[in-house]
Design a protein around this ligand. Structure first.
Ligand code: COA
Length: 260
């Protein structure tokens, strides 16, 4: 499929989605959000895709935020709609994908950019990356899940400070905070993510998707994550992947999971 603002590629079971508006530092306008939704959906629906990597084009930015020019004249009604629609189409959608999704943070990840990275299942950053939620410097607050996911990932006090100061942290600080799992050179960023994705691809995709559901349940209001775990754990026993995984172990060979 051809997109205006994103590029997609597929290799060795990994779909890479690249946000491609480098002259606007890959800022998320409405078209890009819609295209990202479609690209993530089609990768998630594709049985051959075992992991998704999302990154930004150019050397400067992952995503420098939501496109400020699109909402500069909005009122409260339009603002609420913007946040709700964006959360549904992209941020909550990505968090709940059954395919593991890694953010390869290759430069500025600000506002909606950091919110997108935080919606991914985990993050790897290059050592030139800078991250922050600078919305209060514009007179708004993060609207794509940032006030919820940042404290989940780095703790309430750190999230309060980062949001209140509209500050930016570098990749090492983000690593220290647990916001990113690894820091690499810019050249090593994608190869490193691909290496992790290949490791993931060797395991049961059915079990991984059940694990994502159970882990996400921990953060859902009114949901007992332990119960979700019990249910997802039980369901695994009826899958072909479970039969293959346990049989392969007992036969002392590598499992070849059918993904069913
Ligand atoms: N929305 C719309 N356009 C954006 C953007 C955004 N969030 N971030 C950057 N751009 C555009 C700039 O307007 C500029 O476009 P132009 O060349 O047509 O004028 C282009 O991207 C390059 O950005 P520029 O500001 O010139 O680069 P810089 O290296 O001087 O600064 C940043 C980089 C990231 C510090 C700066 O662009 C910035 O502060 N961006 C906004 C970050 C933000 O507040 N995000 C949260 C939005 S809710």
């Amino acid at each position: 499929m051809n997109y205006e603002n994103i590029l997609t590629s597929f290799q060795n079971g990994i779909t890479t989605i690249t946000i491609n508006r480098p002259t606007k530092l890959n800022a998320l306008n409405k078209v890009t959000i819609k295209e990202l939704h479609e690209a993530f959906k089609s990768a998630d629906d594709d049985k051959n895709t075992k992991a998704i990597i999302v990154t930004g084009s150019g050397e400067k930015a992952f995503v420098a935020g939501a496109d400020i020019s699109e909402f500069a004249d909005y009122d409260s009604k339009k603002g609420k709609k913007l946040a709700k629609k964006g959360q549904e189409l992209l941020f909550n959608f990505v968090e709940n994908l059954s395919t593991p999704t890694i953010a390869a943070v290759n430069g500025f990840a600000l506002g909606g950019g950091l919110e997108l990275a935080m919606a991914c299942h985990f993050r790897v950053a290059s050592n030139n990356a800078k991250m922050g939620l600078p919305e209060v410097s514009l007179g708004v607050i993060p609207g794509y899940g940032g006030t919820q996911r940042l404290p989940q990932l780095i703790g309430k006090g750190r999230a309060m400070e980062l949001i209140m100061t509209a500050g930016m942290i570098d990749a090492n600080q983000a690593h220290h905070y647990g916001l990113v799992n690894h820091v690499t050179t810019p050249e090593e960023l994608l190869p490193h993510c691909e290496k992790i994705a290949s490791k993931i691809a060797r395991n049961s995709s059915v079990a991984i998707s059940a694990a994502i559901k159970a882990i996400n349940a921990n953060f859902e209001d009114g949901v007992d994550g332990f119960e979700v775990e019990v249910s997802e754990f039980g369901n695994c026993f009826d899958t072909e992947d479970f039969t293959e995984g346990t049989t392969a172990f007992l036969q002392k060979r590598k499992a070849d999971f059918p993904g069913k």
